[in-house]
Design a protein around this ligand. Structure first.
Ligand code: G1P
Length: 288
């Protein structure tokens, strides 16, 4: 199964990050010195996926501006000795190809993905939710691709979620088929704690077959009154087997203030030029 395109839904209102998201798309909020969206595109490139389809909406033109090529800025950074910042910008310009699709009404994640049907066409594709930032030894998308290829079907990423938080997720009913891989028997968006079919919550990385678009065209408003991607995948399961994979890595929900800070601190601690000083400062803060 060849996957060439990654869809990144970025048209949402960013309600959990108001007031800043009123004027700055949440996907452009920084984790250290790059927007969270930049890390997600890097993850796609690391997994060998170079065609990036970003769903935007009114008021979010800055997302497209961010990826405009700027070789003159790369040159300035290089002259200043900031080679890694220059390389990060150059990689977006030379390795990724961007397509922007507008979602005119915020009807839900399923609808956002459905708006990309013409851009994606009749081929399997990835979906990456940009506020799920995952620090992993192998990019999570790469882990999912391996499973999608092995089983020749759609795959969603899942992780174990504590019971008190499960109702914030899409949750699968799993049948164990091998270490960390499940056949999905059912999936439910945002079930109550009592109704959750397991403790395995869907995290924002998917590999989907193109038949999901037909399924999405039939989805009715579900949790929160929205057209949910989970409900579209549940309909896809009527005609195809869908798999889930427990991924290796640590996921941060950067779509809320605490998660944004945690993601930023974790990424900064790994940077040789920032990590040691930040660690020392964090230690001294803990002792206050
Ligand atoms: C979305 C999906 C949900 C998934 C979650 C992971 O929900 O609808 O199935 O578990 O992302 O981050 P949201 O967080 O947009 O409400």
């Amino acid at each position: 199964m060849d996957v060439l395109k990654a869809v990144i839904p970025a048209a949402g209102l960013g309600m959990r990050l108001l007031p800043v998201s009123k004027a700055v798309p949440k996907e452009l909020l920084p984790l250290v010195d790059k927007p969270m969206l930049h890390y997600v595109v890097e993850e796609a490139l690391d997994a060998g996926i170079t065609q990036i389809v970003i769903v935007t909406s009114h008021g979010k033109d800055a997302l497209a501006d961010y990826f405009d090529p700027a070789p003159h800025l790369e040159k300035i950074l290089e002259e200043r000795g900031e080679a890694s910042a220059a390389a990060a910008m150059r990689r977006m310009r030379t390795e990724a190809e961007f397509i922007f699709v507008r979602q005119h009404e915020q009807l839900g994640l399923g609808h956002a993905v459905y708006t990309t049907r013409h851009a994606v066409g009749d081929e399997p594709f990835a979906v990456m939710l940009p506020d799920d930032i995952i620090d992993a030894p192998t990019p999570v998308l790469g882990q999912l691709l391996a499973t999608a290829q092995q089983y020749n079907g759609s795959v969603v990423a899942v992780e174990e979620v504590p019971p008190e938080r499960i109702s914030g997720y899409g949750v699968i009913d799993p049948e164990d088929i091998s270490d960390g891989v499940y056949k999905v028997l059912d999936m439910v968006e945002k079930p109550s704690q009592q109704d959750a079919p397991s403790n395995l919550g869907i995290v924002g990385r998917y590999i989907l077959t193109p038949e999901v678009f037909e399924a999405l065209s039939r989805v009715k408003p579900g949790a929160k009154g929205e057209l949910q991607l989970t409900d579209g995948i549940a309909l896809l399961m009527e005609i195809q087997t869908v798999y889930a994979r427990r991924f290796e890595g640590v996921r941060h929900d950067a779509g809320n203030p605490l998660g944004l800070i945690k993601a930023s601190v974790s990424l900064a601690l790994k940077r040789p030029e920032l990590g040691p000083a930040l660690k020392e400062w964090l230690r001294s803060k803990m002792e206050e």
